[in-house]
Design a protein. Sequence first.
Length: 101
Amino acid sequence: MDEVKDKIIENLKQVYDPEISINVYDLGLIYEVDVSNLPKVKIVHTLTSAFCPAADIIRNDIYYAACTVDGVEECDVECTFDPPFGPDMMSEDTKMILGVW
């Protein structure tokens, strides 16, 4: 299961928020990657804004990032705004790139 989760995370690092050009994982938009019910996985994510115009694109890219991993047959992608997104969720490298401290 750890290998599947690691591969999903690796793929999520190739999914970019088109408005910020930072991947959704390092941006802190991925709250949960649950592989406990393989071959079905669940990913909980948020968006930088509830009004994000790229929400459908990001959701679909997250879905395909998981479904293309060997061992995954189904993926439930859930969007939440609890807790709300904030700079504290970003990786340190992302904070540095964006100049957020």
